[in-house]
Design a protein around this ligand. Structure first.
Ligand code: GTA
Length: 324
């Protein structure tokens, strides 16, 4: 739970958002959500209280386009708990036995928010990304990366337009928490779009580097150590100042494989079981720095293990090459 003594900046931010305040125009106009026609449930998790939906929405010209909607119940806020418990209508008793009883509470709508993410228009790749599937482990050598993975990611990967919009200050400008403007060793730190910023328990920020030629872990060498140490030290410092969370309470890591091939680093609250923190995907930034200090070519040489979904075309490429 929550925001007891939460930084004033979080509260200011919330008020700003409640007033529709955003420099990239978020909140303006009718939402495509209103016309969303459900096609199927791509996946859900009762534990995480999240559901991934595929649907159709008409675009401005009236053509039906694919959309993905993610609905996620938000964490409790300590400051609202009394209102939840004392709200109208009164709690409904479901069962009672000795000292044990369960109730159904129907909190007022302002305390019952659902974080909603819309991807529209969505590509087939977006739909597949959220479709629950069997996964397979791959062991990718440096040679496999150069012969199989690199040609594949160069031929098809998610658009990086949202990343360039952030770097060029065309979107999310008012969300930037910190920037080091150096074109080679600098980065922008801002809340990840998975974080609603209402409580720091599930804090999630990303640092996006300015340099555009580094796709992933595989492109890193010792020449990037200044960039990586800036991200680690300045990112932790900025988060401590803004959200009062120290570096020892942050998990700072890169994904391999990432979804977006422009180098970025994830900062999540250590106590938060964020998606994508499993050992076959997350690489701690502090370990990455140490590995590069030991060997500049570490990430060009080493075999990296990761999981791929059953219908991922990259998995098929590895199978075609007799590698799995
Ligand atoms: N600020 O426009 C954006 C934006 N986009 C398009 C992506 N991100 C953005 N952040 C901002 N603005 O953490 C963020 C993503 C992600 C990071 C890219 O950039 O939220 P990555 O390249 O390593 O890719 O990181 P990753 O981790 O696969 O991305 P993503 O989209 O988070 O997917 C991870 C998996 O988490 C999904 O497959 C899904 O199954 C699961 N998941 C669980 N909860 C959620 C949730 N609430 N929302 C979305 N996905 C979730």
């Amino acid at each position: 739970m929550a925001e007891a003594g939460a930084p004033a900046c979080c509260k200011r931010k919330r008020e700003n958002e409640a007033n529709g305040g955003s420099q990239d125009g978020a909140g303006a106009g009718a939402s495509p959500l209103a016309g969303f026609q459900l096609q199927r449930v791509l996946g859900d998790s009762a534990r995480e209280k999240i559901i991934f939906l595929h649907g159709k929405v008409n675009d401005e010209s009236g053509s039906e386009r694919d959309a993905v909607v993610i609905l996620e119940k938000t964490p409790f806020l300590a400051e609202n708990i009394t209102d939840v418990l004392h709200g109208d209508p009164a709690p409904q008793l479901q069962m009672s036995n000795d000292v044990y009883s369960t109730y159904s509470l129907r909190p007022p709508s302002q305390l019952n928010e659902i974080k909603t993410t819309l991807i529209f228009p969505a590509t087939e790749k977006h739909i597949k990304k959220y479709l629950r599937q069997e996964v397979f482990l791959i062991q990718e050598t440096g040679e496999d990366y150069r012969n199989i993975t690199l040609p594949f990611i160069e031929s098809q990967s998610f658009s990086l337009q949202w990343v360039y919009n952030i770097l060029e200050k065309k979107a999310e400008l008012d969300r930037i928490v910190y920037e080091n403007p150096s074109p080679t060793d600098g980065f922008v730190l801002l809340p990840d779009f998975k974080w609603d910023q209402k409580q720091v328990d599930n804090l999630y920020l990303i640092a996006i580097c300015h340099i555009r030629t580094v796709k992933s872990l595989r492109d890193l060498s010792s020449e990037h150590l200044p960039l990586l140490t800036n991200i680690l030290n300045e990112g932790q410092d900025a988060i401590r100042k803004r959200y009062a969370i120290s570096g020892s309470h942050l998990r700072v890591y890169l994904h391999y494989q990432p979804s977006y091939y422009h180098l970025h680093v994830h900062f999540t609250a250590l106590g938060y079981d964020a998606p994508g923190t499993s050992v076959e995907r997350a690489h701690l930034l502090s370990d990455v720095i140490q590995n590069l200090q030991l060997d500049s070519q570490y990430y060009q040489k080493r075999t990296i293990t990761y999981a791929l979904r059953a219908d991922d075309p990259l998995l098929q490429k590895f199978r075609d090459a007799g590698k799995c």
